[in-house]
Design a binder for this molecule. Structure first.
Ligand SMILES: [Zn+2]
Length: 457
């Protein structure tokens, strides 16, 4: 089926597509606040009606939390699932918004047209890029290009409590050949990106106890070992002078980048000086023999997130505290095993505790990294299609944070997830004055038409 008339239809119907998005943005579907649960139902109803209007068999499915929206359309070729979320983040502080967050509008900012409003980018605008591509396809060809399942949730911004049980209960219905997830961004302004690596996370929150009470440093200073001295020694030893993490076995399962991905990343010309300069920093702090972009996307990390103990109030109290505490977290990549790293960390700490000291941990289980298999030929097809739409070739990128949904598709449904999104770093998602570039919306819709065409080729 030909693509060109679909792309033309998308261009012609952009004003109507925008009107529909603005309508959806007017529904204040804040998932974390029970006061808005009726609005979450309304947003789900709106999506059901909209999908039905393009001939997709769609239902609102209740969960213990906010409902899922699931739609199916039959067809030949691969079975593609599309995931997005219709819920949004809270809007406070309201006085930092230049307009009512739920009275969206097209504005001109820095010479560019943007859609301003809560959810414009995260994720209603992104979700509608796919729906609009399907609408244009249907109106030109009378059918959709392949078998498609639409899967929208309303709890992404509040931890997705119903998602895993729903996926488990409906695994047969939701299993597909590929899951497309539209909740990420472009690289820079105009380079489309497919996220293939997401780092995992392991945290350790602990307190070490030395003397059984706070001591006076005049009386005990010099003879008593200070837990803060012990703790800071432990923390300082976690990295060596070259930025490597010293825990034995820490780098087991950390893969080297395939050559083609390394070449793509080099081609991105990541400006680390500008990236760091924006937050008042100068030098990359990771492993010194790695490219700065690797430090964010493909290398594991160890960071101290909090540290406390002793007297921190006004003035001075010459105390030698009984306890000292810290929170340490690790971002994990590749096949790194969170349980093994936890054991290595605890052994390391134990070896450095003076005799008589004790330690108490308060932490949850960690999560491993997820890595998509780009051997699946659908990845190269999608990358080619995205490269055709944008001025720069699409790149496989990493993501420093975690997007657990991608892992759920793999673990629960055995389906590879492809994360493609058209957000920009300055969309101010989760913040006041959220916006979405009109051109991201437009080219996002065109991109999905191209991707669907390529996947069914
Ligand atoms: Zn999102």
């Amino acid at each position: 089926m030909t693509l060109e008339p679909v792309l033309s239809r998308i261009d012609e119907n952009l004003p109507q597509a925008l009107d529909r998005l603005l309508e959806l943005l007017r529904i204040p579907s804040i998932s974390t606040d029970p006061e808005y649960s009726g609005d979450c139902q309304t947003a789900a109803d709106w999506l059901v009606a909209d999908l039905q209007s393009i001939g997709i068999d769609t239902e609102k499915r209740q969960t213990p939390g906010h409902p899922m929206v699931v739609g199916h359309v039959d067809g030949d070729g691969p079975h593609v699932l599309f995931y997005g979320h219709y819920d949004v983040q809270p809007v406070d502080p309201l006085d930092l918004w230049d307009r009512d967050p739920f009275d969206p509008a097209i504005e001109k900012t820095d010479g560019k047209k943007v859609i301003r409003g809560r959810g414009a980018s995260d994720d209603k605008g992104q979700l509608m890029t796919f729906v609009e591509a399907c609408r244009a396809w249907k109106s030109v060809h009378g059918t959709l290009p392949c078998k498609i399942t639409f899967f929208f949730e309303g709890e992404e911004e509040s931890g997705s409590p119903s998602l895993v049980p729903f996926m488990q209960e409906n695994a047969a219905e939701l299993s597909s050949d590929i899951a497309l997830i539209c909740d990420t961004g472009l690289f820079g302004e105009t380079t489309p990106a497919i996220v293939t690596m997401l780092r995992g996370l392991l945290g350790e929150d602990f307190t070490i106890t030395g003397p059984d009470r706070d001591l006076h440093s005049g009386m005990y200073g010099g003879i008593a070992m200070n837990p803060i001295r012990v703790l800071t020694g432990i923390l300082a030893g976690l990295h060596d002078d070259t930025g490597r993490i010293t825990l034995p076995g820490f780098y087991d399962g950390v893969p080297e980048l395939p050559d083609e991905v390394l070449a793509q990343w080099q081609g991105l010309n990541f400006d680390h000086a500008a990236f760091l300069g924006e937050v008042g920093l100068k030098h990359p702090a990771g492993e010194q023999d790695r490219m700065p972009i690797e430090m964010i996307w493909s290398r594991p990390t160890c960071d101290v997130n909090g540290i406390w103990g002793g007297y921190t109030g006004a003035g001075f109290k010459t105390v030698l505290p009984s306890q000292a505490s810290a929170k340490v977290s690790f971002r994990l990549v590749g096949q790194q095993d969170p349980d093994k790293i936890r054991d290595a960390f605890r052994d390391y700490v134990k070896d450095r505790l003076p005799e008589g000291f004790t330690i108490e941990y308060r932490t949850d289980k960690g999560a491993p990294a997820s890595q998509m298999s780009i051997d699946n030929p659908m990845f190269e097809k999608a990358r080619g299609a995205l490269s055709d739409e944008w001025p720069n070739a699409a790149a496989y990128v990493g993501c420093g944070g975690s997007i657990p949904i991608a892992g759920y598709f793999k673990d629960i449904l055995d389906t590879d997830a492809m994360l493609i999104g058209f957000g920009k770093d300055d969309d101010q998602i989760h913040s006041p004055n959220e916006k979405y570039d009109l051109s991201s919306f437009h080219h996002g819709i065109r991109s999905w038409a191209r991707v669907l065409e390529a996947l069914t080729r």
